[in-house]
Every structure is written in C-alpha cells, then in structure tokens.
Design a binder for this molecule. Sequence first.
Ligand code: 1DF
Ligand code: MN
Length: 341
Amino acid sequence: MTERLKIRRIATEEAFSIPEVAAKLGEIANFPSRNLDMRLMTMIYANPGGGGFLDGLLDLEQERLRGMDEHGVDMHLLSLTAPGVQMFDADTALDLAILANDRMAETIARHPTRFAGLASLPPQSPKRAAREMERAIQVLKLNGFVINSHTNNEYLDNPKYFPILETAEALDACIYIHPRAASDGLSGPMFDYGMDSALWSYGVEVSTHAVRMILGGVFDRFPKLKICLGHMGEAVHFWLWRIDFMSLRSQANGYAPKLKRKPSDYFKENFVITTSGQESHLALEFSIKALGVQNIMWAIDHPYQPTGPAVTFMDTAPVSDAEREMLYHKNAERIFHIRSA
Ligand code: 1DF
Ligand code: MN
C-alpha cells in the first residue's frame, strides 16, 4: 500500500449492481427511446464489455475490497447504481428494490466494517416504497436511502411522493438524491457533445430537483427531512444569494408558495453534500465556507471515478486535521448512523 495518512476513510457514494437489475436494464436499453439515460444504459448493460463499468458494479468482495485496501479506504457506503429501479414498472421496481436491499444487507453482514448501504425504493408506488423503507432501516439496518432523481419525469415536490418523505423523516434516515440523466423536459440540448451524463446533465437534473423541493415548500412540511447531494452539492450553494433574492419576487407574484424561511436556510439545514467526482480544492473551500464543514462528506463514486486520486484529493485538501476527520468519516458516521470505529 502507498504511504498514506492514518485516518478512517468512509466513501459515501459508491455504486454497485446485482445481475438481476443489470439484466432488466439490458432489456430496457434495447427499446428504441429518446430518453437521455439510454446512452449510458446501452453502453453498460447492452454491450459485451459493459462499458468498462459492469464488472466493477457487480463485484463487491473481490477487486473492490482489494482496491479499497490498496488506497486505505475503510468503508464504502453502497448504493444501487443509477437509474436504480426507477425505469421499471412499479411491480418490477418493488421486487428488484427488495432483492437489491437484501443482497446489500447480506454483503454488509459479511463485512460489517467495510460496507454500509443506502436502500433502494420504488418511487413508482409510494406507499409500498414506504413499507420497504421501514423494513430497510428497522430489519435490514441499512443507513439511509438513494433516489436517482426524477421518476417518469416527476420530482419529489409532487405530493404523491409525500409518503416517502414522511417515512424518511420519521426514520431519521437521509435520502441521497443521486443523479440520473436530465428528465425529458430538460434534456433537449443535452444530446450533443457528451453532455448527456455526468459532464453536465446530471448536475442540471439534481440541482433542479433540489431547488424544486425547496421552493415547493417541502421542508416547511417536513422540517427534519435530510437530503444528501453528491458532486459538491451540484453547485446549488453557489446560487443561494440569487435564489433568495429572486424567490421573494416569485412568492409575491404567486408563482410559488410562501415559505417560512429563506431558500438558503433550508439548503443549509436540510441538506448535506458529498465530494463525489468533484476533486477541486477550490470548490471544497467554497463549500466549507458556504455550508460548514459538518455538512460535507467525502466520496469516490466507484467505479465511475478512480479511487487513488479521490484519496489524494482529500489527503491533500487545505483543511485542519480535525476538519479532515469530519470530511473523511465523522460526518458520515453521524448522518448515516455508521458505528464509529
Ligand atoms: C457516471 C457518473 C455514471 C456518476 C453514474 O452512474 C454515476 C458516469 C450511472 O460517469 O457515467 O453515478 N456520477 O455519480 O457522477
Ligand atoms: Mn454516482
């Protein structure tokens, strides 16, 4: 192992899949569609080489653990890779979420110091999703939830999803809103130049999702709800001053419900962020100043991002030792209820 700082490293946006989900995504990828997720799905699930990612997604206990050891990564907080079960019909989505959650829990049970996990759920059926959420936390002892942004072009400010938000709040379990490609209404200009996925559309999609939830009053209704955003908060905090200012006008015009607080207050209290796939010290420094170091967690985004540079990024970040401990593991332990080592 390369000489590294001795510190517990918990990586918080680490993707995996199971063969059953991969096979179903392969079927979908073969349908003709203009949905923006299709390019990535075809590359990974309907391509003999799996786009170079499928092996890494399906492997939990071989190369993944070896790579973690090599780079001093103690734990992966696992999540079923995007788009999760959100492109399936409701019954398939529920069945596959349950299967993926069970598999993840079995893996965690075999390696309780190496893995923790965010449970999947089928937003397509919010009431059944809520029951699986309770099982995931209370029976499987998982650590929170992942939702891969929109479902059939709808967002979590839609009241049909309130059973999911209410359940997450009641369980004190954070929902990680992970990207998928931009919904149909946002996707038009994203088909060119490779803008369809992580390069641009993922951030537009998830930042839009977060702003919809804030402006729609979700956090007045669920004041203890915690949402996690990857990719350095999808840059939402860069916009807070402008959103605060402009939201006064949109509320006065009756375009948006009257909020109890400023949009920025909700972002600072109801959101936490991770550094996945955004290895810029400048962006990290800004985020610490804007949001407080207690709200930021380290992530790699395995297998889509390489581990070594993600570790070097945080090992060399211009922060104090105490701040590095928070970024690398203490915040994740608190927010995702991971036992401290
Ligand atoms: C990619 C990036 C794919 C992220 C992902 O899941 C993903 C990519 C399908 O680079 O194609 O989770 N990401 O979070 O940045
Ligand atoms: Mn990711």
